[in-house]
Design a protein around this ligand. Structure first.
Ligand code: PLP
Length: 364
């Protein structure tokens, strides 16, 4: 399907002449006197010398892009590397939402940054709440109604597996939303946790649906949250528009180096073992929670966490904090009264969590 993506973008971004940085407009070889850099670094340590800290890095590092394209099975022209998915969400909102006019749609409870990015941009947030009584299933009928009736919706944010409920969106459900959206908006599918489940990535649907944008990250299964590397995977027309807005050098030399190490062949082997361990830990913790009298409900989900409802979520958070264990309170989110989210940590961390929970349950 061919689609005019630019028609959805803010006209001033389309009309703007994008900034051309020194590194994006000339090769980085020969005598480099075009970027007002220092000719050498002051850091003597050879490990740092290797990174050429005195030079601006490549705006979209070629080797990392090639590796990520291999990893995701997609053309390099469909990738944009960003400072975490957080930046991808921000760029999409800034490019596609006119302040005071356009809107984004989300299905709460969901990741909080969609709303924050929209609010910063002055875009309205249309929430289609998930159905608490039905395992937090998305109300697809209502979502499709919102998309077809609100002409100002530019971005539909979906998450699979979702944070904090852990549920997946099926291929059929996703394609139904894409069909209902047509050329009116982009459908942004955030797959931050996809490696933890068996479901295939929607990246393979990009050729069929140019309005689909997939967000991936190295922060979760790749165990590299500190690197700050997220990836927008989308039609080259979407990537080109985002590139007009992204900072000239978003990834530092250290981040590029670390991202390459994080997805190297050796790390990939460890990643497979880690994902298996998380899934095992998740199943074990879920079984344990089912036996806790104070647990009212637990959602095992398909990611690296479990959502749990208890009578007093904040009390449980404080109880764990007093024992040096931090868990996340979701009680203030609509529909999540008494809910806390437990990340699947290492076996030792989970053992500590279980003993804190056991002691909590044994209180008089
Ligand atoms: C659904 C979802 N998307 C994106 C992010 C942010 O990822 P990144 O670290 O790549 O910015 C998170 C972080 O928790 C998340 O839960």
């Amino acid at each position: 399907m061919k689609m005019d993506i630019e028609r959805l973008a803010r006209p001033e971004i389309v009309a703007m002449k994008a900034y051309a940085s020194a590194r994006s407009s000339a090769a980085a070889d020969g005598i480099l006197l075009n970027a007002n850099e220092a000719p050498y670094t002051h850091v003597a340590d050879p490990e740092w010398q290797r990174l050429a800290l005195n030079r601006y890095p490549q705006p979209q590092p070629a080797l990392l892009r090639t590796r990520l394209a291999e990893l995701y099975g997609v053309g390099e022209d469909k990738l944009l590397m960003t400072r975490g998915s957080d930046e991808g969400i921000d760029l999409l909102t800034r490019v596609f939402c006119r302040p005071g006019q356009d809107a984004v749609a989300e299905c709460s409870p969901c990741f909080g940054m969609y709303r924050i990015a929209a609010t910063i941009q002055g875009a309205r947030v249309i929430d289609v709440p998930r159905q608490a009584g039905k395992g937090f299933q998305i109300d697809f009928e209502q979502l499709e109604k919102v998309i077809s009736e609100a002409p100002d919706v530019r971005l539909v944010f979906l998450t699979s597996p979702n944070n904090p409920t852990g549920d997946l969106i099926s291929r059929a459900q996703l394609e139904a939303v894409l069909a209902a959206t047509g050329e009116r908006a982009l459908v942004v599918l955030d797959e931050a946790y996809i490696e933890f489940c068996d479901a295939a990535s929607a990246i393979e649907l990009l050729g069929k649906w140019p309005q689909l944008v997939v967000l991936r990250t190295l922060s979760k299964a790749w165990a590299a949250a500190g690197v700050r590397c997220g990836i927008v995977v989308a039609d080259p027309a979407v990537i080109g528009l985002l590139q007009r807005v992204i900072a000239p050098y978003p990834l530092s030399a250290m981040a590029i180096d670390a991202a390459l190490a994080a997805i190297s062949a050796a790390s990939a082997e460890r990643q497979r073992r880690f994902v298996a361990a998380v899934r095992q830990g998740r199943a074990d913790l879920y079984r344990f929670l089912e036996q806790c009298d104070f647990v009212r409900q637990a959602w095992q989900g398909e990611a690296n966490f479990i959502l749990v409802r208890v009578a007093d979520g904040s009390g449980l958070v404080n109880w764990c904090a007093a024992r040096g264990i931090r868990i996340r309170d979701f009680g203030s989110y609509a529909g999540l009264a008494g809910c806390v989210r437990l990340t699947i940590g290492s076996p030792a961390e989970l053992a500590a969590l279980k003993s804190a929970l056991t002691a909590y349950g044994e209180q008089p």
